[in-house]
Design a protein around this ligand. Structure first.
Ligand SMILES: NC(=O)c1ccc[n+]([C@@H]2O[C@H](COP(=O)([O-])OP(=O)(O)OC[C@H]3O[C@@H](n4cnc5c(N)ncnc54)[C@H](OP(=O)(O)O)[C@@H]3O)[C@@H](O)[C@H]2O)c1
Length: 257
């Protein structure tokens, strides 16, 4: 599948990790985030190490116009999207009644709307390339989380959307994955200004990527990968538990009870 892998959230953490892995496999990459200098420095690194094309598109995905602008910019530059990794995202942590409305609006725009619309815009190219779509969901999306209500709901949406796309595109050759990490060593907690998200053992970006690529490289990739055996068990328990019990346990796990 020729063409480039478009990676949002490539200035940091899991997105930067995906960019490094795909470039190491000889894939051209398009790096998207707000911090252009970070993207430029990663692009220089990848060009030097792997002799790939690395294109920087600085964009604020909280701007509703961003997905269409990114898609148009790719067309203008003659870049065909063979892959899309939607890694841009952030969390807010507090009781819902105390949430800042503007920050929540941006959270929903980045985690939900931008991911959806960029996927919609690029999906025909991804399918024609028999390419790859990875959407960063989270362990937090497996159940409602009092204290992280909006973040958990955005990730439940991402998993749901991605699973449906997995089914709709079966037989096209496109590989579709909702990746659900638990706590991972990135700038995520600093960006959120909260450690509330750190429920369970923390993994490195490389550990997360090893699990992701094990699925992507398999002959029959599953639609969802929860990272880590303990998180997979916890997700399964949450799915089969009665709702009141699930909420009671979740509130205690995030310390909001
Ligand atoms: N780390 C964890 O524990 C964890 C666990 C489960 C799921 N996740 C998910 O994994 C994904 C990646 O997070 P991470 O852990 O790598 O966190 P991170 O290190 O904070 O990276 C977040 C990325 O999102 C980008 N981003 C945030 N707001 C943006 C905006 N308005 N416009 C464009 N880009 C924006 C950031 O770039 P700029 O600031 O340069 O714009 C950055 O590149 C997120 O979707 C997160 O929800 C993380």
């Amino acid at each position: 599948m020729p063409g480039a892998i478009v990676i949002t959230g490539a200035s940091s953490g899991i997105g930067a990790g995906f960019a490094r892995r795909f470039a190491a496999r000889g894939r051209d990459v398009v790096l998207v985030a707000r911090r252009a200098e970070r993207l430029e420095s990663l692009a220089d690194e990848l060009r030097g190490l792997h002799r790939v094309e690395a294109t920087v598109l600085a964009a604020d995905l909280a701007d509703p116009a961003a997905p269409a602008t990114i898609a148009a910019e790719l067309t203008e530059r003659g870049i065909h999207a063979a892959g899309l990794v939607n890694s841009a995202g952030f969390g807010t942590a507090s009781a819902f009644i105390d949430e800042d409305a503007a920050r929540v609006a941006a959270e929903v725009q980045v985690n939900v709307a931008a991911l959806t619309l960029l996927t919609r815009a690029l999906l025909p190219q991804l399918i024609s390339s028999r390419g790859v779509l990875v959407n960063l969901s989270s362990n937090a999306g497996h159940q409602p989380l009092p204290g992280l209500a909006v973040y958990a709901a955005t990730k439940a949406y991402v998993t749901s959307l991605t699973e449906a796309i997995w089914q709709e595109t079966r037989g096209t050759g496109l590989t579709v994955l909702a990746l659900c990490p638990g706590p991972t060593e990135t700038e995520f907690f600093a960006a959120a200004g909260s450690e509330t998200f750190k429920v369970g053992a923390t993994k490195s970006v490389d550990e997360v990527l090893d699990e992701a690529f094990a699925v992507l490289d398999s002959s029959n990739p599953s639609p969802v990968r929860t990272v880590g055996a303990a998180n997979r068990l916890q997700g399964w328990v949450a799915r089969v538990s009665p709702r009141r019990l699930r909420l009671w346990v979740a509130a205690r796990a995030v310390g909001s009870a």
